[in-house]
Every structure is written in C-alpha cells, then in structure tokens.
Design a protein around this ligand. Structure first.
Ligand code: KG4
Ligand code: ZN
Length: 294
C-alpha cells in the first residue's frame, strides 16, 4: 500500500498544484515561498511533495520551508484565532495520530501525551467497519449516534493516571460485545436502533477519554487557551463535551472550522508563512522523515 500511495501522489501532485494556483488566482511568479510537509508520514509520499516543492523553489528562486504535519495541525488554531493567548494546550486527533501538545511559543509545540496504539479516528473507523457503517467511520458514527443512547452500552474509559491514550482495548470491547470472545463467529445482524446505540456509546467512550485527558493537560500546563484539531475535531459531540467540561470552559476555547481540522494544505502554508517571517529557511537538501519531530 505505501507503494500505491506514493504512485497516487505522483499522479495527482502536478494537476493539484495547477488547480491550487488557479483557485487562488496567482501565477508561480506571485509566490513568496513554498512550504511543504516533510514529516511525519510515508516517506514515498513525502518525497513526491518535497521534490515538487524543491523544484518550485529552485525554478522561482524562492525560499523553501519544510513543515512538520503535526506542528501544522496544532497551528491551525492560530489561523482560526491569530491573537490567541499562550500557553495553549491542543488536542490533535486524526486517523493517524492522537496527541496532546503544549505551546508556549508559536510553532514550537511540545508533546505532553500520545496514543500508545490506535489513533482516535482509527478507533472510530474500525468501530464503524464492525458496525457496518462504512468509511470514513468518524462521520458515519456521528450520524448514526444522533439517534442513539450514549448510555446503552458501557465501554471502558481506559487508564486515568497518564496523558497517553490507548484505544485498542475499547475496540476489542466492541468486538467481543458483537460476537463474543475467542472463536471467530460471523458478525451479528444489527437493527438500526442497535447500531445507533452502539455508535453513540462507543463515540462517547472515545470522546470522554479525549476530553478528560485534555482537561488534565490544560490544568497541568496552566493553559489560557485550549484548542482541538485533526479530522476527529470536526465532530459536534466532541466540541460539545469540550465546551461542557468545567476546567476547559474556564479557558479560551478555539475550535478551528472543519476545513482546517481535516488534513489540509492551508495549515502547512499558514505555519510556513509564520516561519518565513521569523527568518527560517531550509536548504535544497531538505530531507523527509517518517516520524514527527515533536
Ligand atoms: O486529520 P484527518 O483528516 O486525516 C489524518 O488522518 O491525518 O483525520 C481523518 C480522521 C478519520 O479517522 C475520520 O474518521 C475522522 O478523522 N473524522 C471524524 C469526523 N470527520 C472525520 N471523526 C469524528 N467525527 C467526524 N465528524
Ligand atoms: Zn493529519
């Protein structure tokens, strides 16, 4: 699959670049710099973007900036609220990553906790697959959960003592509830009501865990502002639970618009623009890395 993903990037990147310029109504000569994700991710995919960015920088004679994708998810809060007060604590929950970050200085997020196994979005995607709700699972579960009872099923909330997350136990708990432990049996046929109740209960367990740890992190860091980001942060129920938490509600809350939560290039450009102003430049030797630097 990494091979397929790399090839897909290769096929799409030039048409996408042209479309971006067209939609922004600019020509390459208008560009002041080029920012590109160089970590974390599949190196084959990152290499495609970085190669194109280097070519553009070289041909146009403009600065090149390599951006950490997770740093950019955190930075989406500054695009939504440029005057936000520091320190900021941010929860980034997506399909590939779930982490808590503390920011004392923009573009310098420090990781306070992370998932030890599945990301929150991945847990929702897997649960949706088990419930036959389709992909991507997060929005499918949100939709199904609207008609469900979040207290219908009791799912584990995980460890309380750490800022790290673990969602694999929760996923197994849903699997056992559906077809029992041990021997492999086919998934049962569920009614729409049963699906709705399980979706609502599962989603609640994921979100209560996220909010509880975000709340603790905000306290530990004495945060003046709290933000959420990543695809999972699109979820209205998660936003509601964050706003209802007493510790979190006492701070400034930043919920970036959904388009800045899901993977997007605006957050890469936003952080790149900020780094450019501060004088950062990368050389044409810029490398790619599978892991985040934060
Ligand atoms: O940040 P993102 O667009 O891509 C990365 O994974 O980096 O996040 C995608 C994840 C998927 O797991 C998807 O199911 C989840 O975000 N997601 C949601 C919602 N929309 C997308 N999860 C919960 N509620 C949503 N409305
Ligand atoms: Zn992402």
């Amino acid at each position: 699959m990494p091979e397929v993903a790399g090839r897909s990037h290769l096929e799409r990147i030039v048409p996408l670049y042209r479309l971006a310029l067209e939609e922004a109504a600019v020509t390459p000569a208008d560009l002041a710099a080029v920012a590109v994700t160089n970590r974390p991710g599949l190196v084959g995919c990152l290499l495609v973007g970085v190669s194109v960015a280097k070519t553009l920088a070289l041909v146009q004679g403009i600065p090149l900036l390599g951006i950490d994708h997770l740093q950019a998810h955190v930075d989406a809060a500054f695009l939504a609220a440029p005057e936000l007060r520091l320190p900021l604590v941010s929860l980034v929950a997506s399909g590939g990553h779930t982490g808590l970050y503390r920011v004392d200085e923009r573009a310098r997020a420090y990781r306070m906790g992370r998932t030890l196994d599945d990301a929150a979005g991945e847990a929702l995607d897997k649960a949706a697959a088990m419930l036959g709700l389709g992909y991507p699972g997060g929005p499918a579960i949100e939709e199904a959960a609207r008609n469900g009872d979040a207290r219908a099923a009791d799912f584990p909330r995980g460890r309380r003592d750490s800022l790290d997350f673990s969602f694999s136990g929760l996923k197994t708990s849903l699997l056992y509830r559906l077809r029992g432990p041990g021997v492999v049996r086919p998934m049962p046929e569920l009614s729409d009501d049963e699906k709705a109740d399980l979706a609502a209960s599962f989603q609640e367990a994921v979100f209560e865990t996220l909010v509880r740890k975000l709340s603790r992190a905000a306290e530990d860091a004495n945060a003046r502002t709290v933000a959420i980001g990543g695809g999972v942060a699109r979820n209205a129920r998660l936003r509601q639970l964050v706003a209802e938490d007493a510790v979190l509600a006492a701070r400034d809350l930043v919920f970036p618009p959904p388009a800045l939560c899901s993977d997007n290039a605006a957050m890469i450009a936003g952080l790149g623009g900020y780094e450019l102003q501060r004088g950062r430049r990368d050389s044409l030797d810029l490398e790619v890395f599978a892991r985040s630097a934060t």
